[in-house]
Design a protein around this ligand. Sequence first.
Ligand SMILES: Nc1ncnc2c1ncn2[C@@H]1O[C@H](COP(=O)(O)OP(=O)(O)OP(=O)(O)O)[C@@H](O)[C@H]1O
Ligand SMILES: [Mg+2]
Length: 1079
Amino acid sequence: MEGALIARDRVGVQDFVLLDSHTSETAFLNNLRKRYQENLIYTYIGTLLVSVNPYKELDIYTMTQMQLYRGVNFFELPPHLYAIADNAYRVMCSEYNNHFILISGESGAGKTEASKKILQYYAVTCPTTEQLQIVRDRLLLSNPVLEAFGNAKTLRNDNSSRFGKYMDIQFDFKGAPVGGHILSYLIEKSRVVHQNHGERNFHIFYQLLEGGDKDLLCWLGLERNPQKYSYLIQGRCAKVFSINDKNDWKIVRKAFSIIDFTEKDIEHLLGIVASVLHFGNIQFEEDSNGHAIIRNGTQIKWISKLLGVHLSILQEALTHRKIEARSEEVLSPLNVDLAFYARDAVAKAIYGRTFTWLVNKINGSLANKDSTRKTVIGLLDIYGFEVLDTNSFEQFCINYCNEKLQQLLIEMTLKAEQEEYELEGIEWEPIPYFNNKIICDLVEQKYKGIISILDEECLRPGEATDLSFLEKLEEKVGDHAHFVTRKLADQKTRKSIDWVDFRLLHYAGEVTYCAVGFLEKNNDLLYRNLKEVLCNSKNVIIRDCFLLSELDNRRRPETVATQFKNSLTSLIEILMSKEPSYVRCIKPNENKEPGKFDDYLIRHQVKYLGLMEHLRVRRAGFAYRRKYELFLQRYKSLCPATWPHWRGPAAEGVEKLIKHIGYKPEEYKLGRTKIFIRFPKTLFATEDAFEFRKHLLVSRLQAKYKGCLGKREYQKKREAAIKLEACWRGALARKEAKRRTWAVQIIRKFINGFINRKNPLCPENVEFVRLVQYTYFMKLRDHVPKNVLDKSWLQPPSILEETSQMLQKICIRNLVRKYCRGVTAEKKVQLQQKVVASAIFRGKKEGYLQSINQPFMDTRLKENDINPKVLQLIHGEKIKYVTPVVKYDRNGFKARERLLVLTQASAYVVEMAKIKQKIDYATLKGISTSNLSDGMVVIHVPEDNKQKGDVILQCEHIFETVTKLCMLANKQNLVKVVQGSLQFRVGSGKEGTMIFTVGQEPQIFKAKDGQLTVAGRHVKTENPASTSSWLQGSVNPDKGLMRNRNCSWSLSWLGTERSLQDEISTHLSTGTFDAIGLL
Ligand SMILES: Nc1ncnc2c1ncn2[C@@H]1O[C@H](COP(=O)(O)OP(=O)(O)OP(=O)(O)O)[C@@H](O)[C@H]1O
Ligand SMILES: [Mg+2]
């Protein structure tokens, strides 16, 4: 109902109980139409389902739909057959009780379809096992077989059920379908022999002819063409467009095998079907005595074969009647009419009883042998109220059945209502409704009822006719308010009733019955001799249907009406013991047209289906009732006291709630567990308020939900972050621990290595040694000497001493090699000269140290500074060196400026354009200088006339000049550095002496003793760095030696005892220079 409340505005109300004007048929129809036009074919009246045949396939019976309705509260989803089926099933499972679903409605309204859909729903949704699968299949496949034998095309329905059917589905304690049982009611046997125009016989005949294979038909003596059989052509529509007999035959054949039919059963069953057709083709003619004889023996032969009866006995039985007179039996021949009657009677009897056998056979296959307790859900697919143009005995029975069922419904509904009121402690209010018991009594009452009167007429001796029956009725029930005949009717109604009619005022409306045929149909007579023939049949089914005991029973068989009444009574008993659900089917139009809503037709059905009655009963008390918990749950948001939680008992909460909403006392009642609301408008107002409130709640819920989501997300992230942190910390700690363990191992190894460092290489010390080596080499890399003069070397560990020495050697060699490569030819010459100078002067003459850093020049004067005449004189000799000198006379020691020119072979003392003295190197005797810094040099020459004597010169660049001279003369070892004085030759055998002293001022003079005195000054030992510029530039570390700005190198080696010559000699001794060929 909650679902209905929500959808009410769009497509009417889903539950008629909520209709405001519940007594208005128009309002009822409007609601039905509104929904039907939207393809909503189902609507509730409380728990009753009204279904309107859509006459088209709707997408509402899918698996998804079945799953949707499975286990869902009845009122939560839109009305549906599945909701009814599911509700019954669920209550059955939970309360372990029995149920039935009563499906009624007029022919073509959709009862059989509904029952099939319910069966399918159970087959699909109920739990099952592989073992039970077969039961399920049998339940489902029993339908096509029963429909083949019990359904036929009528004007109203192409698949009209011509029998009433009640089917029990048995469930075990787990709710699995484990068996079933079928009861059939009043099969329309007359159809076997007669069909109205546009109608057909039962489907099985056409299916067999259309689908049976050739051999089968041949065996049955049948032809495929239905036109050949008089029982099939009376309606003149053997072929129907909407029916596929061939296909249906296949389904039936398959079903036979599933429902446990043996080949013999099928053979005999089809033999009966075929023999019915053969019966229909038997023709009689009169003999000369006016007695009936069979015109053609062919059919009777086939019948005799198929039913296994004696041919001549059958022949006789069809044309004679056995009359028992006291102890004698007399055979009385029949006239043609009676013979036809007998023929049809036997055909109907055979078919009718075979149908019953078929139902029993199916029951046998559906029976559950297990004796444990089972619960059942019964499906009652029974004809609804029938009002035809001419209503006969069948309609009388059918309508009587509907009266009974209406009675059941009223009783059960009212009972349920009453019980509920009592249970809830609500005062019982009498419900105004029409109780149709009075009509049921009119029909069924013992002795006084119509059926009793009919039976009486049938049984009484004498000439009983349909008219005499009518008279009896007038006599016995003429004063009944619901009974009228033409004789009893008033002026106005009389016209509409014939003399042979009687009219009953059923709860659903008036129905006029034609009494003609009532007696015959009620008697359903089959001549005894025909029965005898059938009792002796070799066809097992026929023998089962016609028991010999029946012949011995002298009592008259029960009439059809009484049989029907009894079966109805037991059906009602069966139903009364079960919980009911109702489905009322409505046919929307006569043309089987989808979408067409015929108001007139439907109004009629609404009436005789008793829907308005039912609605009134439902609404008599209260329109709506709901358990306090549910009511509070739904509407609690409407009251601040109950929202969002009500902690006390639900009943008190509801009381608070309705007080807050403002219900008036007459609008509701409070029961023990439920609230009862009298008018729909009260409920709708509440629902509207709830709808309004819902929006607010939804946004709140949304906000709350979003908040929750956010919080959940935050918490998730936080937890993740904490986890990550923990993991990360753990990872770090593990890493640290690993590092420490590693460190400990390394330290241990280190210590071990250190302890064993002196041992030969072994596992204990190998790494330590390697480390020491590595560390030393790495350090050494940064501390290798950068130039040849850098004598520093990193102290090696003891294990690397040898290696270190080798490396140092290689390093020095490499530096020297680099240095040597950087030395130019000129520089080489200079160095050679310096080496010579060093050999001569180092430690002997003052000023030498200071001169070291002054490079020797190639020459002090250029060639063009020399007078060309001189040049001319010495032409042919290459001038190697020219320097200005001061020459002292050998006698007066006068100072004269001269040039000293050194060539390849001689030294010349030149005065302007004159060569004053030439000294051949070959004759050179020696070169002397003092140990002081006076610049004096004496070149000793041999004593011959050509020479004037030794040459006394003073030069500014004494070391340079002397070195060059001695080198050119190749007489380095003739150079002497003297102390104090030296002797020189003056010429012509005379000698002079030169005294060297130290004075304040440097001066050269002739002393009183006539000796040349040279007073020199002591040269302060200067910082050679200041004078070492020529070395700095030339000794470029990049190119060979170094670029050391503070020149510490030069200091270091100049300051040591070792001379440059030693240094270079060392290198020479190593062979480095030789190897590279530089020196
Ligand atoms: N729910 C439905 N959906 C679609 N078509 C339906 C539905 N119900 C019934 N029909 C159509 O209506 C036809 C008649 O339905 P059905 O045979 O169930 O009627 P019935 O009430 O059993 O009639 P009868 O009393 O003659 O047996 C079906 O053959 C089918 O074509
Ligand atoms: Mg049917």
